[in-house]
Ligand binder design. Structure first.
Ligand SMILES: Nc1ncnc2c1ncn2[C@@H]1O[C@H](COP(=O)(O)OP(=O)(O)OP(=O)(O)O)[C@@H](O)[C@H]1O
Ligand SMILES: [Mg+2]
Length: 506
């Protein structure tokens, strides 16, 4: 088959029961181009690219490659036509090596010694596009950025001309994002094309040649990147400007809620992850933890939420020791948690929306008495969450897995924040949220703090930390390099501390 010079989706429509996810969408992308696909949570972006990858079948419309109509009945058809897709959640086999993963389902592998020629091909692609990975490492040892490079090599080794990436940067560190963008630039200068979905307007401005905006399943705007700026994109997406700052009143913090002293925790691999760390979070206070992911933040959070046993040190919640890994106790003491991998750990995909709205609390008053669940109360609660957090769902009786990625997140955030916890631990709370929802969630976190809650906010987004937090601690290799207030420090100084400088040096 010829290389893809141009691809066109013409009049594409797709409904799920009553939801019109895509309505008469026209899209074109040409060789050498990066098209940004933007839109609010639930706008229909993933549905549209899933159609292109042969995962969903459109109810109506046509797909043309180089002017010729094609039928894409399955991912196999799409791959054969030169379309590759990198899903947000990687699909690699953890125990296998990079090479083995790329070899899986590799159509052109020769019968004998398939790995030898593949190794050569991997080396070629790595050199050509700057895709640096070790073919013999098992997947579980790789960072998110490295795993993504494996997915890209896998797609390229199957001769993908058009690469679809659904929110590729939400799992990457800022550094890894820059590396990914370098790779994409090399690919497009070699004639590939890319469709990139992202909620980060800066990234869209940085990397795309053209943007297309979806709203409620319809195309509401299209532009060359030179014709727009971040403000204009936000208006195209949500119909209004985004607020530049968050109204936040100064409050003196109250009693200590969480007190950690001299905490040491090991990682899954048995290496020191948290080293002699101490911190305090008080009522009416938001403590931000800045840092490149992988510097012990996850192990710290897991220890506080009772999911991981520390080696030594003390964790006190409202004066009560949390010395053993006991998630139930942490919950009873008023800790709620929005995990980083919330789609994996925050919901039960096959349960209904209203059932998910009381997960972990379904045995508590008022959702249940000793004898039975009170479904009227649960459904009422679910309805309020959906309204309050603008969860775009046709009803509270649908299976949660059928919500869009961002709307699942809004539901989880709403559930955890709305309980009025004494301590909210939120890891990257705005990952995957559109700009309107991001603004909303940040406001809710500040409101919780105003009402007397303590918040521990783990994020790599420095703008977010500066906007929301009262204090920021910078974590590097399991230790705090310093604790600062946002008004006494610059983003650059925090950046230096994230890379291992002390506060004085920075
Ligand atoms: N398999 C499905 N069954 C039922 N409804 C679905 C299914 N997939 C998507 N939908 C619905 O289609 C609409 C569009 O969802 P889609 O996942 O395409 O949005 P999105 O633009 O990717 O949003 P996000 O930014 O949150 O990822 C949503 O209302 C969603 O609930
Ligand atoms: Mg999506």
């Amino acid at each position: 088959m010829d290389r893809i010079q141009s691809l066109e989706m013409r009049g594409i429509s797709k409904s799920f029961q009553d939801v019109k996810a895509n309505r008469e969408i026209n899209l074109t992308v040409s060789s050498g181009e990066i098209l940004g696909l933007l839109g609010e949570n639930g706008a229909g972006k993933t549905t549209l690219v899933n159609i292109l990858y042969g995962l969903y079948h459109p109810d109506d419309g046509q797909i043309l490659i180089n002017g010729e109509p094609v039928r894409l009945r399955s991912p196999k058809d799409s791959m054969r036509a030169g379309i590759g897709m990198i899903h947000q959640h990687f699909m690699l086999v953890e125990k296998h090596t990079v090479l083995e993963n790329i070899a899986l389902g590799y159509a052109e592998a020769p019968f004998l010694f398939p790995q030898r020629s593949l190794r050569g091909r991997i080396r070629e692609l790595s050199a050509q596009y700057g895709l640096d990975v070790d073919p013999d490492k098992p997947i579980w040892e790789l960072s998110a950025g490295e795993q993504q490079r494996v997915e890209i090599i896998k797609a390229l080794s199957r001769n993908a001309d058009l690469l679809i990436m659904d929110e590729p940067t939400s799992v990457l560190t800022p550094q890894e994002t820059d590396e990914l963008f370098d790779i994409l630039r090399k690919m497009t200068s070699g004639g590939h094309s890319v469709i990139l979905i992202s909620h980060k307007l800066e990234e869209i401005m940085d990397i795309c040649n053209r943007v297309m905006v979806l709203r409620k399943g319809q195309v509401t705007g299209e532009a060359r990147i030179e014709e727009v700026d971040k403000g204009k994109l936000a208006v195209m997406m949500i119909g209004r400007q985004i607020a530049a700052a968050y109204p936040k009143t100064d409050i003196d913090p109250g009693d200590a809620v969480l007190e950690i002293t001299g905490l040491d925790v090991d990682s899954d691999r048995g290496l020191p992850a948290v080293r002699g760390l101490s911190l305090v979070v008080r009522r009416n206070e938001i403590l931000g933890i800045a840092g490149v992911s992988g510097n012990g933040q996850q192990e710290l959070v897991e220890t506080i939420t009772g999911l991981r046993q520390p080696l030594s040190g003390s964790v006190m919640m409202k004066g009560v020791p949390l010395d053993h890994a006991d998630a139930r106790k942490a919950h009873t003491l008023g800790i709620t948690h929005v995990p980083e991998e919330r789609i994996k750990y925050g919901i039960v995909p096959n349960l209904l929306l209203y059932e998910n709205s009381v997960l972990k609390r379904h045995r508590d008053e008022p959702f249940s008495n000793w004898i039975q669940m009170n479904y009227a109360v649960i459904k009422d609660h679910a309805g309020k969450l959906v309204d309050g957090f603008n969860v775009d769902a046709p009803s509270i009786n649908i299976r949660v897995k059928n919500l869009s990625g961002g709307n699942i997140q809004k539901l989880i955030l709403g559930r955890e924040i709305s309980g009025g916890p004494d301590l909210l631990i939120a890891a990257h709370p705005t990952y995957g949220l559109d700009v309107g929802a991001t603004e909303y969630v940040r406001k809710q976190i500040i409101e919780l703090r105003d009402k007397g809650g303590a918040v521990l906010l783990v994020s790599e987004d420095l703008d977010e930390l500066f906007m929301v937090c009262d204090r920021i601690a910078v974590m590097f290799e399991g230790r705090f390099m310093g604790q600062v207030t946002p008004d006494s420090c610059t983003i650059e100084e925090i950046g230096l501390m994230m890379a291992g400088s002390t506060l004085q040096e920075a």
